[in-house]
Design a protein around this ligand. Sequence first.
Ligand SMILES: *Cc1c(COP(=O)(O)O)cnc(C)c1O
Length: 382
Amino acid sequence: MTRPYNFSPGPATLPEAVLQQAADEMLDWHGSGMSVMEMSHRGRDYGPIIEQTEADLRELLAIPAHYKVLFLQGGAQAQNAVIPLNLAALKPQRQMDYVVTGSWSQKSAQEAAKYGDAQVVADAASTHAGAESGYTHIPAPTTWRLRPEASYLHLCSNETVHGVEFHELPDLSALGSQAPLLIDFSSHVLSRPLDWSRVALAYGGAQKNIGPAGLTLVVLREDLLGHALPICPSVFDYRLQAANQSMLNTPPTYAIYLAGLTLQWIKAQREPVGQGQAELHGLAAVEARNIAKARLLYDCIDGSQLYENRVDPACRSRMNVPFFLRDESRNAAFLEGAAARGLLQLKGHKMVGGMRASLYNAMPLAGVQALVEWMREFERQS
Ligand SMILES: *Cc1c(COP(=O)(O)O)cnc(C)c1O
């Protein structure tokens, strides 16, 4: 049985090999007589699972030794509150700076405002003509109104709804700022390498590119620990969770296990780079494939009379590709024909409209080829 191609923005498609392995191990993990779901998080069997998951994550993302990895719950949106609770007081002025390039970073800024002096220091919607749904570019970092005493600067490095991605993260020190940079990398984590010299904290929900919902990843520099406000819930206090290996309370054990299987799958990926050259391994292979997938789809859109993507080509997302039919009356027919061909969940976010194809790591090139074939066929019919 071949499964359909699932372009969902999240929870999203997972590698079939990962699902198959989880199925095989469901009733009896490695002769333990238990499902991973049924194990004590402090037990002999589970310890190596979470340790291997952290080790593989560190290896794939080249996380420096002075960063902690936390496996938390609550989703990326809980972090919108957890970050101010932990980091607003990094500096006595308690100023929190936010760059808004789409709906997710906008939500982050709104939530932070409950906890103190959160300021939007750059807003893509107001520096460009258009309504709120018109997030289509990233204001140049030199125009950001950074506050010199801010505790931190927050941005969303891939806007899942609007399809806007930072292909290079800003170097805040070059902009004259000492503030740590915090990023929401939920929807492109592990799709490309990350430059930790520019990032003090990165967080994301697992359900886009890593595994099922329920696991929230937080990777942070050690000097950010120990600044939580007294009202911060203990299970969300970064210092306490780091001191307890993410086991201050029960971590999302099964979601961590599935994330671990996905990391092993990434490590095993290989991609040829051309005649006679060495093949790419692991994250480099995955990134090369992601670049090829995104290029195929954007080229199809740009080369057509029917389809349109409105995002500045300099910051078009590799992972989430929103596109419109110039004749909106044909939207339903497009989606119906796609579903009939096994191309699922292509309807755009209600805030933006049109279509959106999410091309996470687990989407094979063949899936994007099938989508592009359908798009060309549909255009010929219209
Ligand atoms: C999906 C998503 C979120 C929301 O995550 P939850 O787990 O629902 O809280 C936040 N930020 C980004 C960039 C996302 O893609």
